[in-house]
Design a protein around this ligand. Structure first.
Ligand code: CA
Length: 227
């Protein structure tokens, strides 16, 4: 089945360029020029992934992410201008899966979209359920249960959790975690990992200030607690 990518960008030339490259790479595309139309399309068209420019007229990109996350788990790749670091972090904290900095090469967009879709589909070598204390991670079903409660994670958060939980006690640097969730390593952006970890903790830990599952290793990175 051909995956459909919704491109949300008010600048028509950029939108067209991105669509051309995605279509050449074998994806179907649709377009929305503002935030309201984007949300409308997510509601009705159910795209497989959204490429979302944060600089939109009217309803802004961050607000669109909030709305999209309220509707479901559709993967989101955000486009940001250089220097808009805060927006990027906020975007990731709101649940965007990845980001691309403008000016970008259209090839980079295609590679990121592929990587995020692959992540969303889950690695096909996994047919296992990991049990870690009160947590159960059903890898094929992309399902996490803590204390009998099902936890909703984005594709990126899930991948991050699985990477850590596969090797309890092993310390992963932010760079390693970035590689693990990206698949394709472009420019490193290690603070993005902190934003994702913060999200995962908020969802799986009963007290994020005293995490029982994912521990911070100061100056190095993170590790999953040993039992
Ligand atoms: Ca724009």
């Amino acid at each position: 089945m051909v995956a459909t990518i919704l491109v949300v960008e008010d600048e028509r030339e950029i939108a067209q360029l991105v669509r051309d490259y995605l279509e050449r790479a074998g994806f179907g595309t649709t377009w929305a020029g503002d935030g309201d139309r984007a949300v409308e399309q997510v509601r009705n068209g159910r795209p497989d992934l959204i490429v979302l420019d944060l600089g939109l007229p009217g309803r802004d990109g961050l607000d669109v992410i909030r709305e999209v996350r309220a509707l479901g788990q559709t993967p989101v790749v955000i486009l940001t201008a250089r220097g808009e670091e805060t927006d990027r972090i906020v975007g990731l904290e709101l649940g965007a899966d990845d980001y691309i900095v403008k000016p970008f090469s259209p090839r980079e967009v295609v590679a990121r979209v592929r990587a995020v879709l692959r992540r969303a589909a889950g690695p096909d070598d996994d047919r296992r359920v990991l049990r870690r204390g009160t947590m159960e991670i059903d890898i094929p079903r992309m399902r996490v249960i803590v204390d009998g409660r099902q936890i909703e994670l984005t594709a990126t958060e899930f991948q991050l959790l699985v990477t850590l939980a596969r090797r309890p006690g092993q310390v992963f640097t932010r760079g390693q975690l970035l590689d693990a969730v990206r698949g394709d390593a472009f420019e490193g952006y290690e603070r993005a990992i902190d934003a994702h970890i913060k999200n995962v903790r908020r969802k799986i830990e009963s007290d994020s200030a005293k995490p029982m599952f994912i521990q911070t290793v100061y100056g190095v990175g993170y590790r999953f607690a040993e039992e």
